[in-house]
Design a binder for this molecule. Structure first.
Ligand code: NAD
Ligand code: TYD
Length: 355
């Protein structure tokens, strides 16, 4: 079915992969990508598709009410897929203000604009309208050695990042219960894959490993995450937009728990095999450096993704072995992308591409 989708944060890691998925698999959908281009927004991640007819980029802030109202009205937006956020836990610990502003106030502003266009202006019924809020499993808190997060697990966020995402989830749900705004929420585990900013564990280790730099492992390296290939996450989101039940939340996960040291050691071995040992002849595991633990570091996240499997028929297509192999190959083949992030030149592309 034809849709006009406002994708927020489409120049970020998951957003860019999602825009690509839509262009490949839903060519009749119109895409408006609204992105503020913070440090995490990278136009180069979408450079090759930027002139496609059904893709339109707007530089702007989700906290800008006037801009949002204009976009909703001008483009007759019927679907929102909301990725835009401050997303890095470490940054939320040293500077939480932006997280409160974008993740909470921004989501509120977006909800208000959707409500105004779809409900208050009565622009033709909401049966086809959908507001999908992309969230994280971190809202559920930290697990011990056993157990899984289900959609019924109580929220227990423990970092400024996860608290800001939990707040936004609550606001989104409140707009459903109070106003009947047609919302959906997805809570996903850790993603990895192409176009991820190298502040996150996997691209950071790949980048440092290639350059022979230290590989920082927080604490004892025993913290556990569930890893999902980004394209699988994007396919789940598209499916929830099309077939999810309004008002519901869906957990999305990779059935793939690993501790951080296991992930880092695996990446070291893969790089050694694909590009050869370090110039010193040593393996890359020699670069592993245990550093001070993250404050309040959540020990373990693990997702029960049965609901989306049973109700919508989604399971990850790639195993971790397949996904991580594609990912390492992508970073090796796209050193130009990584170099432009590392030297900061990626930030100059707005003027080059849009004048
Ligand atoms: P990211 O940090 O790579 O990208 C965020 C994007 O949002 C950037 O392009 C940035 O420019 C944009 N942005 C930030 N503030 C904005 C604002 N005020 N207005 C407009 N645009 C703004 O993030 P990501 O890893 O792609 O995550 C996307 C979403 O998915 C986030 O909501 C995050 O909470 C959620 N999520 C991420 C993961 C993960 O593993 N990365 C897992 C589960 C959920
Ligand atoms: P990260 O990629 O920041 O994602 P999140 O904090 O949202 O899970 O971190 C993944 C795990 O890796 C987390 O337990 C923290 C750890 N980590 C390190 O050990 N070293 C690092 O340099 C980074 C960035 C993360």
């Amino acid at each position: 079915m034809k849709k006009t989708v406002l994708v927020t944060g489409g120049c970020g890691f998951i957003g860019a992969n999602f825009v690509r998925l839509l262009l490949e698999t839903r060519p009749d959908w119109q895409i408006i990508n609204l992105d503020k281009l913070t440090y995490a927004g990278n136009l180069l991640s979408l450079e090759d598709i930027s002139d496609q007819e059904n893709y339109h980029f707007v530089k702007g802030d989700i906290c800008d009410k006037g801009l949002l109202e204009k976009l909703f009205a001008d483009h007759q937006i019927d679907t929102v897929v909301h990725f835009a956020a401050e997303s890095h836990v470490d940054r939320s610990i040293t500077g939480p203000a932006e997280f409160i502003q974008t993740n909470i106030v921004g989501t509120f502003t977006l909800l208000e604009s959707a409500k105004k266009q779809w409900l208050d202006n009565g622009s033709g019924g909401t049966e086809l309208c959908r507001f999908l809020h992309v969230s994280t499993d971190e809202v559920y808190g930290s697990l011990g050695a056993t157990g899984l997060f289900t959609e019924e697990t109580n929220y227990d966020p423990r970092s400024p990042y996860s608290a800001s995402k939990a707040s936004s989830d609550h606001l989104v749900r409140a707009y459903f219960h109070t106003y009947d705004l047609p919302i959906l929420i997805t809570n996903c585990s850790n993603n990895y894959g192409p176009y991820q900013f190298p502040e996150k564990l996997i691209p950071l280790v790949l980048n440092n490993g290639l350059q022979g730099k230290e590989l920082p492992v927080y604490g004892d390296g025993g913290n556990v995450r569930d890893w999902l290939y980004v394209r699988d996450h994007c396919e789940a989101i598209a499916l929830v937009v099309e077939q999810g039940v309004v008002g519901e939340s869906y957990n999305i996960g990779g059935h793939n728990e690993m501790n951080n040291l296991q992930v880092v050691e695996l990446l070291c071995a893969m790089l050694d095999e694909k590009v050869g040992m370090l110039p010193s002849g040593e393996p890359r595991t020699s670069l592993i450096t245990f550093v001070n633990d993250r404050l309040g570091h959540d020990r373990r996240y693990a997702i029960d993704a049965d609901k989306i499997d049973q109700q919508l028929g989604w399971t990850p297509k790639l195993t971790f072995e397949q996904g991580i192999d594609k990912t390492v190959d992508w970073y090796l083949a796209n050193r130009v992308w990584m170099d432009s992030v590392m030297d900061g030149s990626y930030r100059k592309y707005y003027e080059k591409m849009y004048g």
